[in-house]
Design a binder for this molecule. Structure first.
Ligand SMILES: [Zn+2]
Length: 446
């Protein structure tokens, strides 16, 4: 019987073997039989961190910390991305910032790609300044906020986190000051319809899709890590820890943390966090039932707890840290069928839970039970016979009477919903904590 460490090492090797060839990766991901039944498209974006070459490059850049040959493979994925002809850009998860995420890790791991690194930092800083300016204008003219202003995936927060590791040039420092101006505005409380509410309230007009605007006619409060307040808190914490804080930033951090702690709901096991709260639910303090949220990285307890825990290293608050750890431990006590977690990938799968566990352990938390459940689930899902070694699972219906959820398995390459992310999470687990300029920055876990 092999040890868990041996099994995880083997799983990382399996994923690496399956993700070694950029041309094959593209061919498998874009096969018409690999179409997402909801998005009606194949899980492939050549310049995307979530579904494309940069995601695989980031995984190989992580492996390059110990194996110089892995750096050459990462380099191959970066070249394919550059040669794809795709010049679109949308925050951290699409375009030059996605490349920068991989290149930062690669430069740190083996010194490769210094030139490309410098060019990307300049481009990304310029773009961030333009985007921050646009949001500041919109906020000042009462246009309200949308996820795109701040979130980890496409907003200023995800890219800002990369730039925190590039401080010291005029462009980067200016981009970070502008970014923080937006975040301080959002973290301040504001008056809406006679109520004092957090500035990250998103009006119906600011909702990302029409059905959300219908569901939240008076707007909503997004609490999650991917698109909500947990992501804001994580960015404020990372800024303080990177020396880009100050009294005003620390106040904003404490205020956002207090709002998140106040939004926790308790059941017999302990606290959990809703995904989103309607304006009315926020004002009335309504308690959202557990089955209306997830317990994943993107939404629910793991992401929120990770943000709170990291924030306590920036601005200490032992009680807040205790509640975050209690939330993670309570989750492990509830049946896994209540988690709303799909498959083994990062965003709302078991790898996201394990990534949070690794960061929580690095923060000193004892979350062994949750760790074992997540790790065993991932190891069960990794299979060398699958095209990329593991599949992203998409729900295609409601649970049957026995509670079994029907899924469609997709072959996806990148970090957020693909095999590369599962590889990164297992790799970090083997190392015990995210390394310097880790991939974990791209999910606000470092
Ligand atoms: Zn998700």
């Amino acid at each position: 019987m092999s040890t868990v460490t041996e099994r995880v090492t083997t799983a990382v090797e399996t994923l690496a073997v399956r993700l070694a060839d950029p041309v094959r990766c593209r061919a498998v991901a874009t096969d018409p039989g690999n179409t997402d039944p909801f998005r009606e498209m194949t899980p492939w974006e050549p310049m995307g961190l979530a579904h494309g070459y940069p995601g695989a490059a980031l995984f190989w850049a992580e492996l390059a910390r110990e194996d110089p040959a892995a750096g050459r493979v990462a380099n191959g994925f970066l070249r394919e991305a550059m040669n794809s002809g795709d010049r679109a850009s949308n925050g951290l998860y699409y375009g030059p910032a996605s490349l920068l995420a991989a290149v930062q890790t690669l430069v740190t791991a083996d010194g490769r790609e210094r030139r490309m690194h410098a060019d990307l930092v300049r481009w990304v800083a310029h773009n961030q300044i333009a985007r921050a300016d646009a949001w500041l204008t919109r906020l000042q003219t009462g246009g309200g906020v949308a996820w795109g202003a701040y979130d980890v995936i496409n907003g200023l927060g995800g890219v800002g986190r990369l730039l925190l590791d590039e401080q010291g040039t005029d462009e980067v420092d200016r981009a970070l000051r502008k970014t923080m101006e937006v975040f301080l505005t959002l973290a301040a409380d504001t008056d809406v319809e006679g109520h004092r509410v957090p500035g990250w309230w998103v009006s119906a007009a600011g909702q990302p899709i029409p059905s959300d605007a219908e569901q939240y006619p008076r707007g909503d409060f997004n609490l999650g890590m991917a698109h909500g307040a947990a992501g804001i808190l994580a960015f404020l914490a990372a800024s303080v820890l990177a020396g880009a804080g100050g009294a005003e930033v620390e106040e904003a951090l404490a205020r956002t943390r207090t709002h998140l702690l106040g939004a926790a709901v308790r059941d017999e096991a302990g606290p959990y966090w809703p995904a989103r709260l309607s304006f009315d639910a926020w004002v009335d303090g309504a308690e959202v039932p557990l089955d209306e949220t997830r317990s994943a990285w993107c939404y629910g307890t793991p992401g929120v707890a990770a943000a709170i825990l990291q924030s306590t290293f920036a601005v200490p608050d032992p009680e807040a840290a205790g509640t975050a750890i209690e939330g993670l431990r309570a989750m492990a006590e509830r049946p896994q069928s209540t988690w709303g977690v799909d498959g083994a990938t990062v965003c709302h799968g078991l790898a996201g839970v394990l990534a949070v566990v690794t960061t929580a352990k690095a923060c000193g938390a004892d979350v062994d039970v949750l760790e074992e459940i997540a790790l065993e689930g991932i190891l069960k899902a990794v299979d060398g016979d699958l095209p990329f070694g593991v599949r992203h699972q998409v729900r295609i219906g409601l649970p049957d009477e026995a509670g079994v959820v029907p899924y469609a398995g997709l072959d996806a390459v990148g970090t957020l919903e693909g095999a590369a992310g599962v590889g990164c999470v297992l790799w970090d687990w083997l190392r015990g904590a995210p390394a310097e300029r880790s991939w974990a920055r791209t999910v606000a876990l470092q």
